[in-house]
Design a protein around this ligand. Structure first.
Ligand SMILES: Nc1ncnc2c1ncn2[C@@H]1O[C@H](COP(=O)(O)OP(=O)(O)O)[C@@H](O)[C@H]1O
Ligand SMILES: [Mg+2]
Length: 172
């Protein structure tokens, strides 16, 4: 199906532009991901800080026959145009905010996409003029849902992915 104003078609979902300020992630019939869960995780992270993209609303588009997760639209910029000192500042804030989310019981789990899946390694991390932001909480986890043991394991992995991102972002 061809969608109007398509922004991107990721491995799982298509994202379309709603306006200059909003985009919508489409959930259609057979997608395995669950819109309610994704919305809940996004809203939870939004109560902690601004790192994850802001949830706006859930909607249904009759023409597209699609459930829509409407969210803040991020307009990314390219980090390679900025000197390492500035990149380091953005990284420091990013690391702090990620830690806040972890301490609140949220782990993103998709900073770095597995190498066997195509696309850019860190395409869920977007740089804006006000700093780094995260999108795509599709496989994120809440401590209250997965329990302490699994959560700790996820945090361990996330910290490794954060270190890999930091290396990439400072040196590329
Ligand atoms: N809030 C947003 N603002 C701008 N672009 C977005 C936003 N959310 C998603 N995108 C774009 O759509 C792509 C796919 O969205 P994402 O949530 O990562 O879905 P997937 O599960 O398919 O990876 C992203 O890589 C990005 O290019
Ligand atoms: Mg993604």
């Amino acid at each position: 199906m061809k969608y109007p104003r398509k922004l991107s078609s990721g491995s799982n979902n298509t994202v379309i532009v709603i306006s200059d300020a909003e985009v919508a992630k489409l959930f259609i019939g057979d997608t395995r991901s669950e819109i309610g869960s994704e919305a809940e995780k996004m809203q939870f992270s939004n109560t902690v800080n601004n790192l994850v993209v802001k949830f706006v609303r859930l909607d249904y588009n009759e023409i597209l026959q699609a459930e829509m997760l409407v969210m803040e639209r991020i307009h990314p910029i390219d980090f390679r145009a900025y000197e390492t000192e500035i990149r380091q500042l953005w990284l420091d804030i990013f690391e702090d905010e990620l830690k806040q989310l972890h301490e609140a019981g949220f782990v993103h789990r998709d900073l770095r996409r597995p190498s066997n899946i195509g696309g850019l390694a860190f395409d869920n991390v977007l740089l804006t003029h006000t700093g780094l932001r995260l999108i795509d909480v599709g496989i994120s986890a809440l401590q209250k849902q997965v329990g302490d043991k699994i959560f700790e394991k996820y945090i361990e992995i996330e910290n490794k992915e954060m270190a890999a991102f930091s290396e990439y972002f400072r040196n590329r």
